[in-house]
Design a protein. Sequence first.
Length: 118
Amino acid sequence: QVQLVESGGGLVQAGGSLRLSCAASGSAFSFNAMGWYRQAPGKQRELVAHITSGGGTNYADSVKGRFTISRGNAKNTVYLQMNSLKPEDTAVYYCNAVLLFTHVVNYWGQGTQVTVSS
């Protein structure tokens, strides 16, 4: 059974930094892509950033230049370095992992709260 465990969330002042980590276990395969989504109260879950197994990255416009996604040396780990945080970055951040077979299989972590105070 695949499990994704996030860590690194917390409370930070505007302009500060946080680093989120996600470690996946239980998969016999390396994920085709891993990423981070976030959901603020009353809003839909949105993509923050994702990275493919080949190292290609994609970011939401709102975080470009401030956030950096990377994959760890350990199999199936992903990080999100968040700098210059803004109050509007406040949300629950979810780790996502994707396996491609004949169909797409998505896995999700339980989420970690990030709160940015003004």
